[in-house]
Write a protein that binds this ligand. Structure first.
Ligand SMILES: [Fe+2]
Ligand SMILES: [Fe+2]
Length: 371
C-alpha cells in the first residue's frame, strides 16, 4: 500500500482496487456486512466453479470478435470514472424518510454484494487459470467489478454503513456451479444488470426531479461495463454449440425464469424506493425483461413469453408467497412457512410450463449497447 491513498476508481488491476478497499475496511459497518453475509434465495450469492474446465476454453472460433472485445476492455474507457467528483451532490442521510433510507440502503448493500460477487469469482478464475485468453478477460472484468463495488461502498460509507468486502471474501458461503451454469447465470446477470441500470438512467434523464441520490448519474458508463461483460460470456458460450442446444435449452429456460422471478420479487419488496424514483415496479420489471430478452436473442435459442396471460399474475403470486414466507419465518410458524414455500415453488413451476418462444440465433453474436 502506498502512503497516499488512491481511489479504487483509478486502480488498474483488481488487486490494487481491493487493497484500497481493504485499507478503508476498518471503518466499515458490522451491520451492513451482516446483511451482505445473508444467503437466501433472493440475496446475492458468491460462486465457485470448476476453474480447470473453464481454463480449457478455446476461443479460436470467435477469435476476431474476442480480440475486438478484449482490446476495447483493455483501452479502459471508464478508468477514473467511479469516484465522487463535482457532480456528486450532498446527500442528506439524516433527514431522509426512514422507510426510504432503509430500502435504499438495502438496495445499495444488495447491489454492492452482487458486484463484489462477480469480482471474487472473476478474480479467482484469473488467479487459477493458465489460458491467456481466459485469464486476461477475467482480470479485466474483475477490475471493473472491484471499482463498481468500491463505488457503491463509498456511497454506503457516507451513510455510515459500508460493507467489509475483505471479510465477505473470507467468510461468505460459496455456492458451487458447473461452468455452464456459471455461463448462463453470469451472462444473464450482466445483461439484466445493463438493462436495469440503463432503464433507471434513461428514466431519470427524462425526469431529473426524481434523482434523490447522485449515484444514479454514474449508471450510464456503469451499465456499459456490464454490457461488455455480458458480451464476453456470450462469446464464451459461442465457443461450444452444445452449451445452447439439446437438454441445455431447458437449463437456459430455468435460468431465465429464475433470474426474472428473483428480480421481480426483490424489487417489489422495495415499494418506497421505487416510488421515490418515480418508477412503477411492474412497468420497470416489464421494461427490463423486454430489453434483456431482446439482448439474449444474441445467444439463447429461446425467449420467455412475458406477454403470456399467466406470466404477470404468477409472478405476483410468487411475490405474495415470499412475503408470507418471510413473515412465517420471523414468527417461527413452521406449517405456514412450508405452505408458503410450496406456493412459491408451484408458482415457479407454473412459469416454467409457459411455452417459450423459439429464437434463431444470429451468426454474428456481438451487439452494441443501444438502449
Ligand atoms: Fe459491475
Ligand atoms: Fe459485470
Amino acid at each position: 500500500m502506498t502512503e497516499v491513498l488512491k481511489h479504487s476508481a483509478d486502480a488498474t488491476t483488481v488487486e490494487e482496487g481491493l487493497a484500497i478497499q481493504e485499507e478503508q475496511a476498518r471503518f466499515d459497518s458490522a451491520q451492513a456486512t451482516a446483511v451482505a453475509m445473508q444467503n437466501t434465495l433472493l440475496t446475492p450469492r458468491f460462486y465457485t466453479t470448476d476453474f480447470d474446465e473453464l481454463d480449457a476454453v478455446d476461443v479460436s472460433n470467435v477469435r476476431k470478435d474476442w480480440d475486438t472485445l478484449i482490446a476495447r476492455m483493455k483501452s479502459d474507457p471508464n478508468k477514473g470514472h467511479f469516484k465522487k467528483n463535482e457532480d456528486w451532490d450532498d446527500v442528506d442521510w439524516e433527514n431522509m424518510e426512514p422507510d426510504l433510507k432503509k430500502e435504499f440502503i438495502d438496495f445499495l448493500i444488495s447491489s454492492c454484494t452482487a458486484e463484489f460477487s462477480g469480482c471474487v469469482l472473476y478474480k479467482e478464475m484469473k488467479r487459477r487459470g493458465k489460458n491467456k485468453d481466459v485469464t486476461q478477460l477475467f482480470q479485466l472484468m474483475a477490475r471493473d467489478e472491484a471499482r463498481h463495488a468500491g463505488f457503491i461502498n463509498d456511497a454506503l460509507r457516507e451513510a455510515g454503513v459500508a460493507v467489509n468486502l475483505g471479510f465477505l471474501t473470507q467468510k461468505k458461503k460459496y455456492t458451487y456451479f458447473r461452468p455452464k451454469f456459471i455461463y448462463y447465470a453470469t451472462y444473464l446477470s450482466e445483461k439484466i444488470g445493463y438493462a436495469r441500470y440503463i432503464t433507471i438512467f434513461r428514466h431519470l434523464e427524462a425526469n431529473p426531479e426524481y434523482r434523490f441520490h447522485p449515484i444514479f448519474k454514474w449508471f450510464q458508463e456503469w451499465c456499459n461495463d456490464e454490457f461488455s461483460h455480458g458480451e464476453a460470456f456470450a462469446l464464451l458460450m459461442k465457443t461450444d454449440p452444445r452449451l445452447t442446444s439439446g437438454v441445455n435449452v431447458y437449463w437456459i429456460k430455468f435460468f431465465l425464469t429464475a433470474v426474472y422471478a428473483t428480480m421481480f420479487v426483490r424489487d417489489h419488496q422495495r415499494p418506497v424506493f421505487h416510488k421515490a424514483l418515480g418508477v412503477d415496479p411492474d412497468w420497470y420489471a416489464y421494461e427490463v425483461f423486454k430489453k434483456t430478452s431482446k439482448l439474449s436473442e444474441q445467444i439463447f435459442p429461446l425467449t420467455l413469453d412475458i406477454d403470456h396471460p399467466r406470466w404477470q399474475s404468477t409472478l405476483e403470486a410468487i411475490y405474495r408467497a415470499n412475503v408470507d414466507l418471510a413473515d412465517a419465518t420471523k414468527k417461527k410458524q413452521i406449517l405456514r412457512k412450508l405452505g408458503a414455500q410450496l406456493r412459491a415453488g408451484w408458482g415457479f413451476f407454473s412459469l416454467m410450463l409457459i411455452p417459450s418462444k423459439r429464437n434463431d440465433v444470429p451468426v454474428s453474436t456481438c451487439l452494441e449497447p443501444i438502449y
